[in-house]
Design a protein around this ligand. Structure first.
Ligand SMILES: Nc1ncnc2c1ncn2[C@@H]1O[C@H](COP(=O)(O)OP(=O)(O)OP(=O)(O)O)[C@@H](O)[C@H]1O
Length: 263
């Protein structure tokens, strides 16, 4: 006898990529062309965009943020194309720039909580969230009432990250977040940030010149040059089977990285 049919099984589709670029091209007024670029970043994963100056890394990040529009192709976020005024979608992205990008006339607390004040959160809720974020990024509580000019570079960067995390975005976009810091501060922040990202399970898209930092933070790397993605993969994959002589040159030009045996 045959078993009675069970409940109808609906096949589970994989979640859409957090970020998807499909044949995106951006032409700058200067004649520089970035693209065509196609990339997909699944939710909860980390990808680092690496490459030399002028490769198109920041352009790509600004396209994802919707700050600039592509001339061709589409930029998608969580399965929907990003339109010119997708403020709701953009709130699901946290953006961190070098130096933190803080407003000089606001304290660290004021900078970190700015968006919550605009959204009308009650003061107690803002204070609680700021305390939670300060603990997460390991910012000393006494730094919260200082102005950006009174903070160290590392503290300002931590405040920039608090601001980006305020509304618990699904995706973090980091543009050279630790570029201007001394090596010791940078290493301490790298450790703290990696621990924080892992605890939060965020999708992270990181732009950096620094391959060691990219390998430290990201599961996968995309090597950009001349406005194109030359190769995307894990560090090991890029080393083992470089798709282009430039990828080999780029990887080996970075001193201080330990390469696996035989490379
Ligand atoms: N606003 C702009 N107007 C005109 N050209 C631009 C603009 N922004 C970038 N470009 C050009 O587009 C190309 C890519 O620049 P982009 O800033 O994306 O590179 P990058 O990889 O981020 O470089 P860097 O590492 O130096 O920041 C370059 O040739 C640059 O000169």
């Amino acid at each position: 006898m045959r078993e009675p049919p069970g409940e109808l099984e609906i096949p589970r589709l994989p979640p859409p990529p957090a970020i998807a670029l499909d044949a995106v091209v951006k032409r700058h007024g200067t004649g520089a062309v970035v693209g065509p670029i196609s990339l997909a970043l699944p939710p909860g994963r980390t990808l680092a965009l690496v490459g030399p100056s002028g490769a198109g890394k920041s352009t790509l990040l600004r396209l994802v943020l919707g700050l600039i529009r592509p001339d061709e192709g589409t930029v998608g976020f969580e399965g929907a194309p990003i339109g010119p005024r997708d403020d709701a979608l953009r709130r699901r992205m946290g953006y961190v720039v070098q130096g933190g990008g803080l407003f000089p006339h606001l304290t660290a607390r004021g900078n970190a909580g700015l968006l919550a004040r605009w959204l009308g959160w009650p003061a107690a809720r803002i204070d609680a969230r700021i305390a939670e974020l300060a603990a997460l990024v390991r910012l000393e509580p006494e730094a919260l009432d200082r102005f950006p000019g009174e903070l160290s570079g590392g503290q300002a960067q931590r405040v920039g990250l608090m601001r980006a995390l305020l509304l618990d975005p699904a995706v973090l976009l980091l543009d050279e977040p630790l570029g201007a810091l001394d090596p010791l501060t940078r290493a301490a922040l790298q450790d703290d940030l990696r621990a924080a990202f892992a605890a939060l399970g965020k999708t992270v898209l990181l732009v950096t010149h620094d391959l060691a930092e990219a390998v430290f933070f990201a599961e996968r790397l995309a090597v950009l040059a001349g406005g194109r993605v030359l190769q995307e993969g894990t560090f090991e994959e890029l080393l083992r089977s470089p798709a282009d002589p430039f990828v080999t040159r780029f990887l080996h030009a970075q001193r201080g990285l330990s390469f696996p045996e035989g490379r």
